[in-house]
Design a protein around this ligand. Sequence first.
Ligand SMILES: C=C1C[C@]23C[C@@]1(O)CC[C@H]2[C@@]12CC[C@H](O)[C@@](C)(C(=O)O1)[C@H]2[C@@H]3C(=O)O
Ligand SMILES: O=C(O)CCC(=O)C(=O)O
Ligand SMILES: [Fe+2]
Length: 373
Amino acid sequence: MVVPSTTSARQETATMLLPPPCPGGGAIPTVDMSAPRGRGALSRQVARACTEQGFFRAVNHGVPPAGPAARLDAATSAFFALAAHDKQRAGPPSPLGYGCRSIGFNGDVGELEYLLLHANPAAVAHRASSIDTNDPSRFSSVVNEYVEAVKQLACDILDLLGEGLGLEDPRLFSKLITETDSDSLLRINHYPPSCTVHKLDHDDQCKLKGVARTKAGSGGNPAAGGRIGFGEHSDPQLLSLLRANDIDGLQVLLPDINGKDTWIQVPADSSAYFVNVGDLLQALTNGRLVSVRHRVIASACRPRLSTIYFAAPPLHARISALPEMVTADSPPRYRSFTWAEYKTAMYSLRLSHSRLELFHVDDDESGNGSKGK
Ligand SMILES: C=C1C[C@]23C[C@@]1(O)CC[C@H]2[C@@]12CC[C@H](O)[C@@](C)(C(=O)O1)[C@H]2[C@@H]3C(=O)O
Ligand SMILES: O=C(O)CCC(=O)C(=O)O
Ligand SMILES: [Fe+2]
């Protein structure tokens, strides 16, 4: 049985009785980045996964588990193990910095704490002094080294995507994120074991005491027994690369064989990267690629640690459908906007908002729509 994606008051009650979402092993494409069948096949596979699911698991990706990734995990785990008042030195999130439970500026909460960093080395150095007071330069170099490795993987994937989609300039996507003023972010999420959530409340670990129960508005349908770790949303940027420990919790919203949206449980794989298409790639490809909705349900008795690189263009980058994605049968779906404009809109909205819809061109408009202005 599957959990439906749309939520009404009646469904909300009903879903409390439903079993957890479908185990997702089969529905989630796996892409072997070592290209065993050649680059052409690999680029077609990446393009297909991003078109059909907006999500895939990348294996043999070339970022060694023992190098930058392990060093970053050690540094961030050490930070999350600090006393609450020490962590608060790096907060509150502005939106960058340390945050606990509160997500964004519009009342969203999740059962997690996090560090949100700009991926640019100067910004990392600035933050590092409040995150690791003993050795900020070591913290900075660990983060920078990880960002370099994950950015390289992001560029590889974006180039494959450009090739698989047959773009005139297959490097167009990756060029957006290698600009010196690219606005990419690194987020490290720490989900406490859900069996100790009440202990965290009593210890007043976080300033905010509200417990984010699995409720509509904060993240879609409940998953039996779980709490909302991070509510339902799409990522606004171009592409997100997620690596996590061996604790399950991530779910993606994908159509089942009958075309009905269904929450799919993503089995944990600490050696893989989970790659998802963001809103900007959906806009640039005129809706051909889909920005997948996802969430985290906290239900484990051990902490989940996840690290996500959000690959983004510079603030001034103009986002409009690429000419090769626009045809008579597929006219422009979204009006043109800059990343800065999109960010302003997104920060005024709740996490679960389908914000790209604000930029949708009305059916009776010619392509110069005014929505979202
Ligand atoms: C509620 C919000 C948090 C968020 C900014 C927003 O207003 C809507 C998008 C959210 C999101 C989701 C993906 C990333 O985790 C994130 C950093 C991003 O770029 O957009 C978060 C934002 C955030 O936590 O600041
Ligand atoms: O922590 C996770 O596993 C996913 C979180 C997420 O989707 C996000 O931070 O945007
Ligand atoms: Fe996300």
